[in-house]
Design a protein around this ligand. Structure first.
Ligand code: AMP
Ligand code: ZN
Length: 669
């Protein structure tokens, strides 16, 4: 008859093996149900036989132990950090150094993914896990053993599998799927979602209640064995055996004979990393031979035998030193975060836009905060959040600037507008030069021989205060300026003169009316045909124009009502700029629809909607965006919106079909 102890031990061994199969090898050898039944059996036996209690029994995995204070302990072997590399050249330099130190070319490497989590050191004595300690400062870390024991892929007892006395290191991670699930639950419960898996993983290690840690379902990926006896000859072999016996060593580890193969690994995973179930921020390359590793040793900070290759980061954290403000050519104020320089997606980032006051308030961004910076689609990186755990105790909420950084005029903010503005449009130096710089830029007047710096210089010297002044400049005035050769002065004047041929739509864009970008300028130019027509248009009239909204309309009216602008436009007219559309006679088919405004709505069959609009214009008609009293016809295709239909019929505006339109302009045989 088997003794109770033997039975308990057999069950424990069996459940351990299942855990290993399931959590390390990802291999479900028995059903969850069977597993639960066996676990229950064991629980009962242990309960009835408290003498056989074992803290490392599989029944102890669910946690429950409370750690009031995490003891700080000294690492037996220091936990170093890693030197970084960012390019093939960096790797080749590293290789050269190593080969020189070793005095041989015979060096092989292992490549592993660099996991983004919290590093941990597990100490085993006589095949039993005795402690799990965080990296801390590398010399001392926190003892988080009770919490670590809840991670099912970490074996608590090895029996005679693998080594007996050793340390094994790895990264505590939160798999992405778990992370997203947790966040879904938090959002559903009305809580703030966690910012990233890395912080959540390291935060979880410091929870006092290990049962709560157990629920988080952390995982641990192991990558380094500290074995004073060098039982196995290479790093690769050590990890292979560790995996085959007990530990969750990631399978991606690859042996590489040279740096070319290392670089292949890097490129492969650089492209594929988003398919992994957890986050990785790079690759760690290690000298494979353990004897060579010992020979190379460590610098003050990192092993010489290993180097990290950082993938281009998409999100990093850094310190925000100061918030400053910038004023743009339209007077819009942009708050700027001045950061401790940090590598992000291959470039060094020192500044990031904070957008506006609301954004700062929403994220509660403050000076001296540690912030998360992300590279989105745009060129300018943005700040997506604050690491509140790192906020200094003496921190104060940000008070948004009240005055313009350039001319100290009080800022204004109109309701519904996210931005503050410097209202000193014609006196604020940055706005003045900014407007002229915009005026001469490539997509606007495209003036050759004149650049942004020259504009600033000409302004500083008092030669220009607006764009019309450019056309009065004389070569003799420019030559005396700093670093200005006669030839460049002549080129500048020639470039300015040539710009008089630039078509109206570009001139309109060049004027720098707020919200009037390239596309809007084109639309307005086409609709109004001349600056003079545009400048007498009312807001209501402007809104009628296809794709012109209230915001743009109001801005145009504001521009047109300003006496300074009226004078400027008159000067430009006298200088000979193109302030109206030169009518392309070929495009005009007839005057059949002159004075009539059409609204086009729905999906059409014979012509595309755009062609239909063009056709209306080619017959002298106008295309409006919304139905009003001024609308003469609504041309309706399929799926025209019911509200439009209603509006048209309530105003008594005829609704015609595509065919009827064709009839109208005589397109139909
Ligand atoms: P760093 O913190 O940038 O100096 O990088 C060193 C850290 O990288 C170590 O403390 C580990 O936590 C982590 N790391 C992640 N994956 C690996 C790996 N495969 N090998 C070694 N260190 C790794
Ligand atoms: Zn100003």
């Amino acid at each position: 008859m088997t003794s109770i102890l033997a039975k308990i031990q057999a069950l424990r061994a069996e459940l351990r093996e299942f855990n290993y199969q399931y959590y390390v090898l990802d291999n479900a050898s028995i059903s969850d149900y069977e597993f639960d039944m066996k676990l229950k059996d064991l629980e009962l036996l242990e309960k009835d036989n408290p003498a056989f209690f074992d803290a490392n029994s599989p029944t102890q995995r669910v946690g429950g132990e409370i750690t009031k204070k995490f003891n700080t302990v000294t690492h037996k072997n220091r936990m170093y950090s890693l030197d970084n590399s960012y390019s093939l050249d960096d790797l080749l330099d590293w290789e050269k150094k190593i080969k020189k130190l070793l005095g041989t070319d015979d060096v092989a490497y292992t490549c592993e993914l660099k996991f983004d989590g919290a590093s941990i050191n597990l100490t085993f004595e006589k095949g039993v896990l005795v402690s799990a300690v965080t990296r801390g400062d590398g010399f001392m870390g926190d003892n988080v053993t009770a919490n670590i024991k809840t991670i099912k892929s970490i074996p608590l007892v090895l029996g005679d599998a693998f080594l007996s006395d050793f340390e094994i290191r790895g990264e505590i991670i939160l798999p992405l799927e778990r992370f997203h699930k947790m966040n879904e639950e938090r959002i559903a419960a009305g809580e703030e979602p966690y910012r990233n898996p890395r912080n959540t993983a390291s935060g979880s290690l410091k929870l006092q209640d290990s049962a709560a840690v157990s629920k988080r379902q952390l995982d641990c990926l192991l990558y380094h064995v500290v074995d004073e006896n060098n039982t196995y000859k290479t790093h690769f072999e050590t990890l292979k055996v560790a995996r085959s016996k007990a530990f969750k060593v990631p399978q991606e580890i690859t042996l590489c004979e040279n740096i070319a193969a290392v670089y292949d690994f890097i490129q492969y995973w650089g492209a594929k990393r988003h398919e992994l179930p957890y986050e990785t921020d790079g690759v760690v390359i290690k000298v494979n031979d353990l004897h060579q590793q010992d020979e190379l040793g460590f610098t003050a900070k990192a092993p010489r035998w290993a180097i990290a290759f950082k993938f281009q980061a998409e999100q990093v954290s850094t310190i925000l030193h100061k918030i400053t403000y910038q004023v743009g050519r339209t007077g819009a104020i942009t708050p700027v975060a001045n950061l401790a320089p940090v590598q992000l997606a291959g470039t060094t980032v020192k500044r990031a836009s904070l957008h506006n006051a609301d954004q700062i308030a929403k994220l509660d961004i403050r000076e001296n905060d540690t912030v998360f910076v992300e590279k989105g689609g745009e060129i300018i990186p943005k700040i997506v959040g604050v690491d509140l755990e790192k906020r200094p105790t003496n921190s104060h909420p940000t008070v948004y600037s009240k005055t313009c950084p350039d001319c100290y005029t009080d800022l204004v903010r109109t309701e519904g507008d996210a931005k503050h503005y410097c209202p000193n449009t014609y006196g604020c130096p940055t706005q003045i030069t900014g407007r002229i710089q915009h005026f001469i830029s490539r997509k606007a007047m495209n003036i050759d021989g004149l650049g942004s710096e020259s504009v600033a210089l000409l302004f500083k010297e008092g030669l220009i205060t607006n764009y019309a002044d450019l056309y009065d400049l004389k070569v003799e005035e420019i030559i005396p300026l700093e670093r200005m050769a006669e030839k460049s002065a002549q080129n500048m004047i020639a470039g300015i003169q040539a710009s008089k041929q630039i078509p109206f739509e570009k001139v309109l864009f060049a004027l720098g009316i707020r919200f009037v970008g390239e596309t809007v300028a084109k639309k307005l130019a086409k609709h109004y045909k001349s600056i003079f027509n545009l400048m007498i248009a009312s807001t209501d009239d402007l809104i009628e124009v296809d794709e012109i909204g209230e915001r743009i309309a109001e801005s145009v009216v504001e521009f047109s009502n300003d006496l300074g602008n009226i004078e400027l436009i008159n000067r430009l007219k006298i200088c000979g700029l193109q302030l109206e559309i030169i009518v392309d006679e070929d495009a005009i088919v007839s005057e059949l629809l002159a004075g009539k405004t059409f609204v086009v709505s729905g999906v059409f069959e014979i012509m595309s909607r755009n062609d239909l609009k063009k056709n209306i214009e080619s017959h002298g008609g106008k295309v409006g965006s919304s139905i009003s009293k001024k609308t003469r016809y609504v041309v309706a295709g399929k799926n025209m919106g019911p509200s439009k239909l209603e509006k048209a019929s309530s105003l008594g505006i005829p609704i015609i079909s595509e065919e009827e339109y064709m009839d109208l302009v005589g397109l139909k045989e």
